[in-house]
Design a protein around this ligand. Structure first.
Ligand SMILES: Nc1ncnc2c1ncn2[C@@H]1O[C@H](COP(=O)(O)OP(=O)(O)O)[C@@H](O)[C@H]1O
Ligand SMILES: [Mg+2]
Length: 235
């Protein structure tokens, strides 16, 4: 279980996160919807330890307090981030990128098994293991980024707008993979502007507005909410 209480962060005088609380159970996909600038990326970076949080922030994963730990120790505790822009190495091959994901101590012994799981999840990658990642399509690169995160054997997987710039078809394929990942008891936290596709696979969702939670509910209830339809579904 990923439990977050009162997470707050600032860039200078600008309070980008104003005390957000959320939880993601094992086997759950939770989507955080928010417009451009709402604070989605800041939230994920703050969870991963890449943006400093303010006193009072609590981040707990599987009973372990993460808020005092540096980023690499949060990875060892089971947190993996697929960052905006993917953060993969274009000159390296698919296989090399995936193997870098198994660097954390928690993952080294399980490297072969995790590798098998990743290529089973993304058969397109299996056919392209020796290919340089920069020569692949945006969707395939996103699969490499997610695959690399899974190689660290996470119990919580955080994804920053994985559908950005992808075709509807590719987005559908990726989101289907997230539904499979969830069934392995991983807590999946997805931040997205694409409300329609993400609510279709999510169990629950939160609405983020100017660094605050402005609403939450089951994916079904959010989809049926007229205010959500106006703001996020373009209806
Ligand atoms: N490195 C930064 N320095 C200063 N302000 C930032 C920085 N990154 C983001 N911000 C500001 O914080 C707010 C939230 O940004 P961000 O988390 O990137 O939102 P989102 O991912 O939802 O688009 C915005 O007002 C943005 O301008
Ligand atoms: Mg962002």
């Amino acid at each position: 279980m990923l439990e977050v209480r009162g997470i707050a962060a600032a860039y200078g005088q600008h309070r980008a996160l104003q005390g957000i609380s959320l939880h993601v159970a094992p086997g759950e996909v939770v989507v955080m919807l928010g417009a451009n600038g709402a604070g989605k990326t800041t939230l994920l970076k703050a969870l991963a330890g890449l943006v400093k949080t303010l006193p009072g922030t609590e981040i707990v994963l599987g009973g372990v307090a993460l808020h005092g730990l540096p980023a690499h120790e949060r990875v060892e505790a089971g947190l993996a981030l697929v960052p905006e822009g993917r953060g993969i190495f274009g000159e390296l091959t698919v296989r090399e990128n995936l193997e870098m994901g198994a660097f954390p101590k928690r993952a080294r012994a399980h490297r072969a098994r995790n590798f098998e799981r990743v290529v089973e999840l993304f058969p397109r990658l299996k056919e392209r293991l020796g290919q340089a990642v920069r020569t692949m399509s945006g969707g395939e690169q996103q699969m490499v980024a997610i695959g690399r995160a899974l190689m660290s054997q996470p119990t919580a997987l955080l994804l920053d707008e994985p559908s950005l710039g992808l075709s509807p078809l590719m987005t559908g394929e990726l989101f289907k993979a997230l539904a499979t990942i969830r069934s392995g008891d991983v807590s999946v936290l997805l931040v997205e502007q694409n409300a329609r596709k993400s609510l279709a696979i999510a169990d629950r969702g939160y609405l983020l507005e100017i660094g605050q939670v402005a609403g939450e509910g089951s994916a079904r209830a959010l989809m049926d909410d007229p205010a959500v339809q106006r703001a996020y579904l373009g209806l």
